[in-house]
Write a new protein. Structure first.
Length: 389
């Protein structure tokens, strides 16, 4: 998981309060940020801040803007100067931004012609190359197959205030998937990079403590939807996912995981707790397998099994249902479901970490009787720790 930042926005805390920004990134637990490339001088404070990002073990995905004066040599010289380059990315949303020498499909053609400049630098430096992000459906066939100029497809996925497991709300594509669903976006990615892995370099929600604005969320709902977005993206095969964005700032109010005064919102707390529970600092290992069965639950019950290097298994469960009506700006009731986790006799459950609408966790002992652990699942995620007896 990564998070979008704007370290060069000199009129925001990204620049004026950088030490606190770096501290917030460390506390969040991310190892990736997404920011913009510009050929700053080595002494520029922004370069020095990126060096501190590198010192914290965090890598940056650099979005290279559309600028025909940019050369591969400039990018190659920039990489060792900052020390945090983890990937390069094609210009951002050229089909709607107006910053790529045109608009609409003409801008798509421009960014495709610009790709070799960035991709050549990525190959020389030895970093992944993320392709262009588009907003319009027609942009994908216009760009065509780009697999020779990128190593990963790049998508911007926003849900319009709906839950991340939404089956969509717009027109169907040729495969029968509706706009607004993970499946729809993956269909578009298959046009530009057939069989190629994909990343999401932007996703997120507009939130506030309370809201009367359609398609925005109260913080309590974002605390549920945001970690579920990460989990569903992982289940869908995405290699990296960047939340938009770290803080509220003037160009994108409401999107921040942190408020403008750098205090955490519930979604920040939820992501921090998700990453801290599932992180693993142990040595590389080959995962084993665990035979288990979910007893009960309907089609909205999602589960994801992970393993750590100490041999423990971590089973994440949640109900992928909407708890908010974004059109009528009203809460929706989600009925909890009582389920069982059936294990073989050699394993037991130890702890259930239950998330809440403030992003916090309540940890309690998870008993198991006759190889079945009984628990209640809601739209807030639960993580059950399983170990060998």
């Amino acid at each position: 998981m990564g998070v979008v930042t704007h370290l060069s926005y000199t009129n925001t805390p990204y620049y004026t309060q950088f030490p606190q920004i770096l501290s917030s990134l460390k506390k969040l637990g991310v190892k990736h940020i997404r920011d913009g490339y510009y050929p700053w001088a080595a002494s520029d404070p922004i370069v020095l801040n990126h060096q501190k990002i590198a010192g914290a073990g965090i890598k940056t995905d650099y979005v290279v803007p559309y600028d025909l004066s940019t050369t591969t040599q400039q990018i190659e010289q920039f990489a060792p100067m900052v020390g945090d380059m983890g990937s390069l990315e094609a210009p951002n949303e050229c089909d709607v931004s107006g910053g790529c020498g045109g608009s609409g499909l003409a801008a798509v053609d421009n960014v495709v012609a610009f790709l070799p400049t960035v991709n050549t630098a990525a190959q020389t430096i030895g970093t992944p190359m993320f392709g262009p992000s588009f907003v319009l459906q027609a942009s994908y066939p216009e760009a065509g197959n780009l697999d020779s100029e990128m190593t990963m497809n790049n998508l911007h996925i926003y849900f319009g205030g709906r839950n991340p497991g939404s089956t969509g709300w717009g027109a169907d594509d040729a495969e029968g998937n509706s706009y607004g669903s993970f499946a729809w976006w993956l269909d578009q990615a298959a046009i530009d990079g057939p069989g190629m892995p994909s990343v999401i370099t932007e996703t997120g929600y507009i939130t506030s403590q309370t809201t009367t604005t359609p398609y925005t969320l109260p913080d309590s709902v974002a605390a549920s939807y945001t970690p579920r977005t990460l989990l569903l993206a992982f289940k869908s095969g995405f290699k990296q996912i960047y939340m938009y964005e770290l803080i509220d700032e003037v160009s994108s109010p409401g999107y921040g995981l942190l408020n403008a005064d750098l205090t955490p919102r519930p979604a920040y707390t939820a992501v921090k707790n998700l990453l801290s529970r599932l992180s693993d600092s142990g040595a590389s290992f080959s995962p084993g397998s665990l035979h288990y069965q979910i007893l009960g639950g309907d089609s909205n019950l999602n589960h994801l099994l992970l393993q750590k290097s100490d041999g423990s298994y971590w089973l994440v469960l949640w109900l992928e249902e909407p708890s908010w009506d974004p059109v009528n700006v009203a809460p929706l009731s989600v009925t909890p479901e009582n389920i069982g986790i059936e294990l073989t006799s050699g394993y037991k459950t130890t702890t259930d970490y239950q998330f809440n609408d403030a992003g916090g966790i309540t940890a309690f002992t998870q008993p198991i009787t006759n190889n079945i652990a009984s628990l209640t699942v809601t739209d807030q995620i639960s993580i059950v720790r399983i170990v060998a007896k």
